[in-house]
Design a protein around this ligand. Sequence first.
Ligand code: NAP
Length: 280
Amino acid sequence: MKVGIVGLGLIGGSLGLDLRSQGLYTIGVSRRPQTCELAQQRGAVNVASVDPAILATVDIIFICTPLAAIAPTVRTVIPHIKADTILTDVGSVKQSIVETCSPMWPNFIGGHPMAGTAEQGMAAAQLNLFAGAPYVLTPTDQTPQRAIAAVTEITQLLNAKLYTSTPDLHDRAVALISHLPIFISAGLIDTCINPDEAEAIALAQKLASSGFRDTSRVGGGNPELGVAIAQHNQEQLLAVLSQYRDRLDDIIYLIKNQRWQEIDELLQETQAARPQFLNE
Ligand code: NAP
């Protein structure tokens, strides 16, 4: 199987490193020539070019560009590829991408490898990034079986844990456990930099430790990714944010009214529930 990778950044580069280490031939396309060179130097691709015509003979292509560039990239690539080439993407949001890309290319299947680091770009790519991590495929009723089979085979080479979902359910689930935390965490940091609290902030900065490090990590990450997520998963994100606001109101009510027993019950419940979300 000859694999094309478009967008040689953290995810595209890491994918290339893994697939080449498994003996697959990989062809890369990226926007900047220096990224193509670096990808070849690091061994993520056999060859790379800024010209999508290089993809003419590949069997499957992973579109690994930023969210907003995925559909335009599919449009750019289509004139250069074989009619039976399978196209898949790695975007963190699925509904809008699948809705736009499936009509453009019948052999399209949405996917989302749920692995990453705080870093970006080809320089940050790493071997085994996807090992043990979930990889969600979001086929529709029209997705050809061979497209599902081909991407499934690749997820096995990556040692990822395969899940299948509708695009809509995927977006709801990631809104809960991935996108909501980004904005809660950003809200936390924003609360802590309130200029009216200068003296307390100065001391807090010296006292902050592992609890703050854990709860602020995703809110202090890549702004570009956060904005793209808010734009592309707006509906689901707003739904879970308003649920969260209701929970906050409940908690404020309980504390204001000294309902210590109910607060204890809430915290018992959340303590018991947390491990169900940590697949360690
Ligand atoms: P990244 O490290 O910034 O890499 C994206 C690469 O795409 C860049 O290196 C850039 O290459 C290229 N690119 C940028 N704009 C482009 C455009 N308009 N047209 C063509 N190529 C373009 O980003 P990433 O973290 O790998 O994310 C890529 C995709 O993976 C996103 O859709 C994201 O939702 C998804 N994803 C990310 C994570 C994560 O944690 N990072 C996890 C799962 C899925 P040049 O250097 O050539 O410009």
